[in-house]
Design a protein around this ligand. Structure first.
Ligand SMILES: NC(=O)c1ccc[n+]([C@@H]2O[C@H](COP(=O)([O-])OP(=O)(O)OC[C@H]3O[C@@H](n4cnc5c(N)ncnc54)[C@H](O)[C@@H]3O)[C@@H](O)[C@H]2O)c1
Length: 339
């Protein structure tokens, strides 16, 4: 099979995960990296033996580039993705797909108009425990989903925000713990539960208010399209990055996802369906282990023109709608319909 030529825009903390995955894939090769910080671009190019640019337009107009990975601050995702599909490139964009639902809608339109795929990096969907949970729920054998619980208790230091100035501000990050950290859990909850139609929630800034203008803590009740109810809590104010907890209460059994494992409880029986440790990765434990799988699947989808395993912009937008609803609910006190 042909190898797709790749460009990575943004050589910050996550870009090495993408570069390593491209190098490991039989379907891709890294052509160039881009960063407005010339030293970062040069250092990455030296490590991965590829070209470097400081202007992303040079990368998306590079004839050897087929796929553009967008690993830049959130506010740049939509404009860079749109420019790339207009230049005939496929795009893999880091989460969040964009900082507003309207930006994401424009990305979806442009992707269709130019016949190029845009995939969103929700790598945790590809974790074995997530895949197995989805398969069991969709098979119907444990009955309908009645409720889903999602809990994210992590910590971020003040330096995390001061070292990358785009974080912690609505204009550039688009929000706080919701859009940056907990978005993976909201995505998994809505994916496993079959879509959310309304939310009621609250956001607060408890500990980091002197460095950020966005929330460091949020909670919500999610009303699913099929009548199920979700409860959700997320904070960046804890003392460590605990494994995310997701519990799915179905009519005939309960599924629990925790730190790479999937447990199913049915009456008195308790079965360990997937074992593993999410923290066993060469990168930060809370990034999970599945970027390489997602990237390989994206390349396979592009090469075979079969988008079934791409997390589309429309899919990536669902968590953004939930986040937008939580903000609106927090300021009005109302239940907000999102779908
Ligand atoms: N999927 C995950 O688990 C995961 C984990 C971490 C980060 N991320 C996402 O990856 C993205 C990047 O995050 P990060 O932590 O690597 O950020 P970062 O601040 O470490 O890096 C961003 C890089 O983009 C560069 N940049 C800024 N403007 C640019 C421009 N116009 N052209 C080219 N380069 C530009 C910066 O100089 C910087 O090197 C964000 O969307 C973040 O949410 C995802």
């Amino acid at each position: 099979m042909k190898r797709l030529g790749a460009a990575i825009i943004g050589c910050g903390s996550i870009h090495g995960v993408h570069a390593d995955a491209i190098e490991a894939s039989e379907l891709g090769r890294l052509v160039c990296v881009v960063d407005i910080d010339k030293q970062r671009a040069q250092a990455s190019a030296a490590k991965y033996d590829c070209r470097w640019y400081v202007d992303y337009l040079e990368a998306i107009n590079d004839d050897e580039v087929d796929v553009v990975h967008i690993c830049t601050p959130h506010y740049l995702h939509a404009s860079m993705a749109i420019e790339a599909v207009r230049a005939g490139k496929h795009v893999l964009v880091e989460k969040p797909v964009a900082i507003s639902v309207s930006q994401a809608q424009e990305m979806a339109q442009e992707s269709k108009k130019h016949g190029r795929y845009i995939g969103v990096c929700f790598q945790n969907r590809f974790n074995p425990e997530s895949q197995k949970a989805k398969e069991i729920i969709d098979s119907g054998k444990i009955g309908a989903v009645r409720g889903i619980k999602g809990v994210v208790t992590w910590f971020r230091t003040k330096e995390y925000y001061t070292q990358s100035g785009w974080r912690g501000r609505f204009a550039t990050e688009g929000g706080g713990v919701l859009i940056n950290q907990a978005i993976h859990t909201l995505d998994l909850m809505q994916w496993l539960g079959g879509g959310v139609k309304a939310v009621k929630g609250n956001v607060s800034t408890y500990l980091l208010g002197d460095v950020i203008e966005v929330e460091d803590t949020a909670d919500a009740v999610l009303f699913f399209k099929n009548g199920a109810r979700g409860i959700f809590y997320a904070t960046n104010c804890y003392t460590t990055n605990s494994p995310v907890e997701i519990e799915i209460d179905c009519e005939k059994a309960t599924l629990r996802i925790y730190d790479g494992t999937l447990v199913m409880e049915q009456g008195k029986s308790r079965e360990l369906l997937v074992t593993g440790k999410a923290s066993e990765t060469a990168y930060k434990s809370y990034w999970g282990r599945s970027h390489a799988v997602l990237i390989d699947e994206f390349y396979r989808a592009v090469l075979s023109d079969d988008p079934r395993h791409i997390i589309s912009v429309e899919e990536g937008m669902e968590s953004l709608k939930i986040i937008d609803g939580i903000y609106k609910s927090s300021s009005t006190g109302n239940v907000i319909n999102i779908n």
